[in-house]
Design a protein around this ligand. Sequence first.
Ligand SMILES: O=P(O)(O)OC[C@H]1O[C@H](OP(=O)(O)OP(=O)(O)O)[C@H](O)[C@@H]1O
Ligand SMILES: Nc1nc2[nH]cnc2c(=O)[nH]1
Length: 175
Amino acid sequence: MDDKIRVMLSEEEIATRIKEVAEEISRDYEGKPLHLICILKGGVFFTCELAKRISLPLTMDFMSVSSYGSGTVSSGIVKIIKDLDDPIEGKDVLIVEDIIDSGNTLSYLIEVLKQRNPNSVELCTLLDKPERRVKKQVEVKYTCFTVPDEFIIGYGLDYDQIYRNLPYIGVIEQQ
Ligand SMILES: O=P(O)(O)OC[C@H]1O[C@H](OP(=O)(O)OP(=O)(O)O)[C@H](O)[C@@H]1O
Ligand SMILES: Nc1nc2[nH]cnc2c(=O)[nH]1
């Protein structure tokens, strides 16, 4: 593993921004049954950090979907690999993602979840890469960082399953 990695967002920058977004969510969801849905695998690091900083009682569930396989471009076909454990009827659902790129994953997920009659469904993402959006209708309520059109790794994001555990967001430099 001798790839050279350029740091795009440091651990400190990420922590500061997550705290700000968590405070915003805490204000917006006061008195509501907030239910975080973490999208595995990439969303797990962000979800943990965010949840710890939201100052409200909340519940959590996990869903695993995939549209990338081992490539760096979305196949456009989203597969549910692991569904939620619990019903979401009547809950205020906040989907927590590591990145929104083409929007294929989220536009599919929102449709699937809305059919289960939640009270509301909103999106929270660590990274948004708007230049790559194919599904323009995806609306994101909370975005930590907007990033350029580069293939990103770290903080949950992998390249062929490696690099998820980097504590920062980076890009592999072409050598
Ligand atoms: O907006 P899109 O183009 O659909 O891309 C975003 C999705 O891609 C990544 O998941 P991936 O399918 O790689 O699964 P993983 O999180 O398990 O690595 C990421 O976690 C998002 O779910
Ligand atoms: N690792 C990784 N996964 C993605 N899924 C969608 N966009 C990206 C990206 O830039 N990096």
